[in-house]
Design a protein around this ligand. Structure first.
Ligand code: UD1
Ligand code: CA
Length: 464
């Protein structure tokens, strides 16, 4: 029998305890929303179709995932509307084929792995169960539904904490909120669920006892690592999930050959890529789609966002956004590469240098205190200390071009648009407003005048 694997992910709840205007499942850990982790785990577990149940904050969720292939189902949330995990799943009933295996998960449990989902599905199939719940054994089961087993060890039912008797409250095996059902059996169970309980909610958990009572075979699969079922209800739990996810990400990097001197103080987001033998010191933050090559050293409070860094690059205490850096460059300390900066190989960007929307060719240098904005700089160019590319006249921005092997003396202003040709030399302290020809020296400052004995002549000395 070939089954279609689908998932139903519950994300309609209000998430009141987050105290937030953002729907709970859009809160991020390691740079991605909680829901994205659940969706990715499902895809990796070979689930072909994801159905997400939305309600509170649905506009924001639909907007965030507008380009993803997700089937959304809306749960009505008007005041007094029916409520509960069972009612949420009922919203997807038309999308459940009879011959499907339906994995149900919550959008706020981002630590679940594709491996555990696969194991649950395999257990469900091999045991020929109609419904299987993923369970975990916890030291402190407070708040969770308890898994009640028969003498035979088979699962009997799930009891919510608020409906449990004293004996049931002692049970340490809990419902993870993750299940596998055969499509046909699930639809049957959903048709029987009522809200006859302490919370007047339609409990999905009742599907287990309903199927049991009707003679279907139901199973319970105990997860190996209970942290995977950890859910987010508050920002404290959000930070605990973040810490666990960060640990996983950092461990993977270390196992792949990246040295993290202190993994607890390095923040690397989910999609970042780092090459072998790169060494990362405490305080480094790597975000978004950043890629770092081999043999790099990152130190200090460095933050790199959506940027590509080559191999053999040293970076210290620097902010890099949306930029590209070639191989063997030295950057920082205290540099800032603003969006759309593109550096070739062997480049040095030193203390307090800001680069914006500019390209620099191989072997060029801006070692101290410069602003390079809207410029195309060739290879082997030296930009002296304190050079400013004056790119803005108060209304419009202009570009400047500095050709290969040019030399821009310290404390010069390059007033755009201006073109310095190959081997052009700009004398220190110049304000360049006209093009500089190939191999020419340009001095654009008042000539120095020395007036001999001027202080004496003015009679200034006697006043001291
Ligand atoms: C549920 C389980 C409990 C289990 C726990 C695991 C039930 C009745 N109880 O309890 O046995 O131990 O999860 O975390 O299922 N949701 C909707 N629509 C609704 C209600 C909830 O989409 O009408 C969503 C929520 O957004 C959330 C998920 O379902 O993502 C779970 O709901 P929640 O209220 O947190 O269930 P628990 O009380 O934690
Ligand atoms: Ca919950």
């Amino acid at each position: 029998m070939i089954y279609i694997n689908i998932s139903i992910i519950l994300a309609a709840g209000e998430g009141t305890r987050m105290k937030s205007n953002t729907p709970k499942v859009l809160h991020k850990i390691c740079g991605k929303p909680l829901l994205t982790y659940v969706l990715n785990a499902c895809s990796k577990a070979k689930i072909n179709k994801n159905i997400v149940i939305v309600g509170h904050g649905k506009e924001k969720i639909l907007d965030y995932y507008k380009d993803a292939s997700i089937s959304f189902k809306e749960q009505p949330i008007y005041k007094g509307a029916p409520y509960g995990t069972g009612f949420a799943v009922i919203q997807a009933i038309d999308e459940i084929p009879d011959d499907s295996i339906v994995t149900i998960l919550c959008g706020d449990t981002p630590l679940i792995t594709d491996n555990s989902i696969k194991e649950l599905i395999d257990y469900h199939k091999e045991g020929k169960f109609s419904g299987t719940v993923l369970t975990a054994t916890l030291e402190d089961a407070t708040g969770y539904g308890r898994v009640v087993r028969k003498e035979s060890e088979d699962i009997l039912k799930i009891v919510e904490q608020k409906d449990a008797n004293n004996e049931e409250l002692q049970i340490k095996e809990v419902n993870s909120g993750i299940y596998c059902f055969n499509g046909r059996a699930l639809k049957y169970a959903l048709s029987k669920i009522d809200n006859n309980n302490s919370q007047k909610e339609y409990y999905l958990t009742d599907a287990i006892s309903i199927l049991n009572n009707e003679g279907y075979k139901v199973g319970a699969y105990n997860i190996k690592d209970s942290i995977e079922i950890f859910g987010v209800n508050t920002r404290v739990q959000l930070s605990l999930c973040e810490a666990e996810m960060r640990k996983r990400i950092n461990n993977n990097f270390m196992l792949d050959g990246v040295t993290l001197v202190d993994p607890n103080s390095v923040y690397i987001e989910k999609d970042v890529k780092i090459g072998r033998d790169t060494i990362i010191y405490p305080g480094v933050v790597l975000e978004g789609t950043t890629t770092i090559g081999d043999n790099c050293t990152l130190r200090g409070t460095t933050r790199i966002v959506d940027s590509s860094i080559g191999s053999g690059v040293d970076i210290e205490s620097t902010l890099i956004e949306d930029s590209i850096v070639g191989d063997n460059c030295h950057i920082g300390p205290y540099a800032h590469l603003r969006p759309n900066s593109k550096l070739g190989n062997n480049i040095k960007i030193g203390n307090f240098v800001e680069i914006k929307n500019s390209t620099l060719g191989d072997n060029s240098k801006a070692s101290h205190l410069s602003y390079v904005g809207d410029a195309d700089v060739g290879v082997n160019v030296n930009i002296g200390c304190g050079v400013v590319f004056v790119n803005y006249d108060g209304r419009e921005k202009f570009r400047s071009i500095i050709d290969d092997n040019a030399f821009i003396g310290s404390n010069s202003n390059i007033v755009a648009p201006v073109h310095v040709s190959e081997w052009g030399y700009v004398a220190a302290g110049s304000t360049i407003t006209m093009d500089v020809g190939e191999g020419d020296l340009s001095i654009a400052r008042a000539r120095q005048v020395n007036k001999t004995g001027w202080v004496e002549d003015k009679g200034l000395k006697k006043h001291k």
